[in-house]
Design a protein around this ligand. Structure first.
Ligand code: ADE
Length: 249
């Protein structure tokens, strides 16, 4: 999959791409990511990417022309992208479902905003969609672009070594993940649940399902309204609800 990231902080983005799963995906040729310095697409002596807002008020607004030129250049040199995404807190919220949807795309351009905002004509005339990574305001879209590239990349077959671990992630099945343990069997006075040491695979599987359901019920109950539960999971959920009611009584 191909990504082009347009930013005024190319080194910050490059650093975030260099390590871990995404770094290995790039090295292995499964990901083709290029970072573009927005200032290379300016035409004035000062390489300005922002200007004062029409109508007055605080802060600066990102100019439309350098971003439009950057996308034009990417089109010419890298091909027509499937999506041009503007990272902004006013965009649609990026979720795991959205990451899954985007794995169908072959080429995505990510535009990182900075300053108080972006000239509206970037949204209407350059970007094809707008994404937010959550209800908080970052000082720019760079970290958000890295989040989007990471979440999509790890879903591309081969990028994460262990496909099974991706399939079992939190959110993939609409539930939070179950708790994980490794050695030692006792740490800081806390023991690993006996069932995980028992070697009974069916019991381990059932314990994990139940633990994932209990954790989801406690922390994110609204997720259970849309999770696709099988018969065993519905029965386990009833069991958990009864147990928690008994504890309260
Ligand atoms: N830029 C600033 N805040 C952001 C957010 N929450 N998501 C995406 N881009 C942003």
């Amino acid at each position: 999959m191909k990504f082009d990231i347009v930013t005024i902080f190319p080194r910050m983005v490059q650093a975030g791409l260099a390590e871990g799963v995404v770094g290995r995906g790039i090295e292995g040729g499964l990901l083709d990511v290029q970072v573009h310095d927005l200032r290379d697409y300016t035409t004035d002596r000062h390489r300005s990417v922002d200007d004062v807002p029409y109508g007055g008020g605080p802060g600066m607004v990102m100019k439309p022309e350098p971003l439009a030129r950057a996308v034009e250049d990417i089109r010419a040199r890298r091909g027509v992208p499937d999506a041009v995404v503007l990272l902004t807190p006013t965009g649609r919220t990026f979720t795991q479902a959205e990451a899954v949807r985007m794995t169908r795309l072959k080429h995505v351009v990510l535009l990182c905003g900075r300053y108080e905002g972006m000239d509206e004509r970037v949204r209407t005339g350059v970007a094809t969609e707008e994404l937010s990574i959550g209800d908080y305001v970052l000082s720019g879209g760079e970290v958000a672009a890295l989040v989007v590239v990471d979440a999509i990349s790890r879903l591309i077959p081969g990028v994460v070594g262990d496909e099974q671990s991706v399939a079992e992630d939190s959110f993939t099945r609409g539930l939070l993940d179950y708790p994980h343990y490794t050695r030692p069997a006792e740490f800081a006075g806390q023991r690993v649940p006996d069932v995980l040491l028992s070697g009974h695979h069916a019991d381990v599987r059932r314990w994990r399902k139940k633990a994932a359901l209990a954790r989801t019920l406690e922390r994110r109950p609204e997720m259970l309204n849309t999770a696709a539960l099988d018969d065993e999971e519905r029965a386990l959920l009833d069991e958990i609800r009864k147990e928690t009611n008994n504890e309260r009584d």
